[in-house]
Design a protein. Structure first.
Ligand SMILES: *[C@@H]1O[C@H](CO)[C@@H](O)[C@H](O)[C@H]1NC(C)=O
Length: 174
């Protein structure tokens, strides 16, 4: 009984250390960061203005195990979208997105490259081109008129508060 208690304590300790090592894995060239905790990362530090005063306009932050960068300067943000845009063009990937998006091959999770450019080309030609948009114009006009009609239903003379979000999410039957 006593022995098994100590064994489980030891096991717990080993699991804790392994998690800590895993979640606080060191990367090179990271901006400064508040010290993360295992599993929750820096979630207990969530007070951005105070952190940027302490660590500067760029610092790393762990949302759980997910490493992120926080940038709070216009010139650094501009650099991210101009000089380093290709490096930062890739989207967040995880085992979850891998299973949900066919091994990250759909346009929202695919890494920047030939495949992604091809997908974008297809989207612009087949979904967002003027010809396609015009061909669905009737449906959009009809849906907009239906929404306006449903919003104005039951309105009297004065103003009434309506929640548009629910209307936008509904299938139009209610
Ligand atoms: C998933 O994608 C990776 C990287 O693009 C590739 O190396 C791997 O072979 C792919 N897996 C499958 C099952 O297609």
């Amino acid at each position: 009984m006593e022995l098994s208690y100590y064994n489980s304590l030891l096991l717990l300790f080993v699991v804790f250390i392994t998690c800590y090592k895993l979640f606080t894995k060191r990367f090179k060239n990271l901006p400064p960061s508040p010290p993360p905790l295992p599993l929750i990362g820096n979630l207990h530090h969530l007070k951005p203005p105070a952190l940027s005063q302490k660590y500067g306009p760029i610092f790393s932050f762990r949302f759980g195990s997910q490493l992120s960068m926080v940038i709070s300067s216009a010139s650094l943000a501009e650099e991210c979208f101009t000089k380093n845009d290709i490096v930062l063009a890739n989207r967040f990937r995880s085992p979850k997105t891998k299973h949900l998006t066919y091994n990250n091959t759909v346009v929202i999770t695919s890494p920047y490259g030939d495949h992604w450019l091809n997908l974008c080309r297809i989207c612009f030609l087949e979904i967002l081109s003027t010809q396609r948009l015009n061909s669905f114009m009737g449906i959009r006009r009809d849906e907009t008129a239906r929404l306006i009609r449903s919003l104005s239903q039951g309105l009297g003379e004065g103003f009434t508060r309506v929640e548009v979000r629910l209307k936008l999410m509904s299938d139009g039957k209610s």
